[in-house]
Design a protein around this ligand. Structure first.
Ligand SMILES: Cc1nn(C)c(C)c1CC(=O)Nc1ccccn1
Length: 324
């Protein structure tokens, strides 16, 4: 048994949304391998915050069950967050169904989510030890689905300005070139965390120290250590760190170098075209590489994942990468 679901980019590839059916109601959710809560805008969300979101109404689901007294509260590294109550329902993603899945109903959401009307909640795909439900931590959709999957994996094929896909339970070899390159994962902090062994800017030599990184489908950009960020932008003459833009920008006419991350024997190339992320409207462009805020690990978000086919292997606690 498996599932295949389309991942549609919002404008500027800011996030990727996938249709999820909960108790017969379909909402577009943001699949996030950097967190482990499945939460939705619902009839419990204040009407002022519901705005133009699609909401889940548990009263209309014949399979919803309240988990009385259970609560959740999540804060994301970018300062956004949400909280609320919990129930269970039947959740279907791309034909794959999990019964009695914990579904977290938002009673409060931060402004970032209120104003992002395309996003009706998140489906966490990190490890269940990151789930925030109290008093009893809940399993993710992927953890619950694991036993029924032919292969205990999901794959991400995100694309620039076009629909991609997530597959659950199988690896579609037509979606990548060559062989998969696997790297061990340390899931002790709940992330898909692994070691990057070095990096190269453009056609420069691979160097630098090894560093820890997480594969995070719920983060838009490629967030790296400040030293690597400075080294990268030193190769773009007009680059500057702009407070008003919120990060490194450069003239849109510039030639933007590739970045290669050495992961074991695999050289993961992120083409310059993906690293010229978006236009600021004033002739400057916003970089796809930005600071990770000094939190001790790099965050390989969608900018990185657009350039690789990625296998999140829950059974063997490893990640696989291949070029597309
Ligand atoms: C972990 C992290 N630290 N820092 C500085 C950032 C930006 C992150 C990533 C992050 O916040 N991702 C996210 C945000 C909202 C919803 C889902 N994922």
């Amino acid at each position: 048994v498996g599932g295949d679901v389309t991942a549609t980019p919002e404008s500027d590839d800011n996030e990727y949304l996938c249709p999820v059916t909960i108790g017969g109601q379909t909402l577009n959710l943001d699949f996030d391998s950097g967190s482990s809560d499945l939460w939705v805008f619902s009839t419990s969300t204040p009407s002022s915050e519901q705005q133009s979101h699609t909401i889940y109404n548990p009263a209309k689901s014949s399979t919803f069950k309240e988990l009385n007294g259970f609560t959740w509260q999540i804060s994301y590294g970018d300062g956004s967050g949400a909280s609320g109550t919990v129930g269970t329902d039947t959740v279907t993603v791309g034909g794959l169904t999990v019964k009695n899945q914990a579904v977290e109903l938002a009673t409060a959401v931060s402004s970032e989510f209120v104003t992002d009307s395309a996003n009706n909640g998140l489906l966490g795909l990190a490890w269940s030890n990151l789930n925030t439900v109290e008093p009893t931590q809940q399993q993710t959709f992927f953890a619950n689905a694991g036993p029924q999957l032919q292969q205990n994996v999901f794959t991400a094929d995100l694309r620039h300005d076009q629909p991609g896909s997530y597959d659950f339970g199988f690896i579609d070899t037509s979606k990548f070139q060559g062989n998969l390159n696997y790297v061990p994962v340390d899931n002790s902090q709940g992330f898909w965390q692994f070691t990057v062994d070095g990096y190269a800017v453009g056609d420069g030599a691979t160097g630098g120290n090894s560093f820890s990184a997480i594969a995070d489908t719920g983060t838009t950009l490629l967030l790296l250590d400040d030293n690597i960020v400075s080294d990268y932008y030193s190769q773009i003459s007009s680059a500057q760190n702009s407070n008003s833009a919120g990060g490194f920008v450069f003239d849109c006419t510039e030639d933007v170098p590739d970045l290669t991350l050495q992961i074991g024997d695999y050289a993961a190339v992120v083409p310059g075209s993906l690293l010229n992320f978006s236009q600021n409207g004033d002739g400057t462009c916003f970089g796809g590489i930005q600071s990770d805020g000094g939190q001790g690990f790099a965050i390989l978000g969608d900018v990185f994942l657009k350039a690789q086919f990625t296998v999140f292997d829950q059974g063997n606690v490893q990640l696989g990468f291949a070029p597309k």
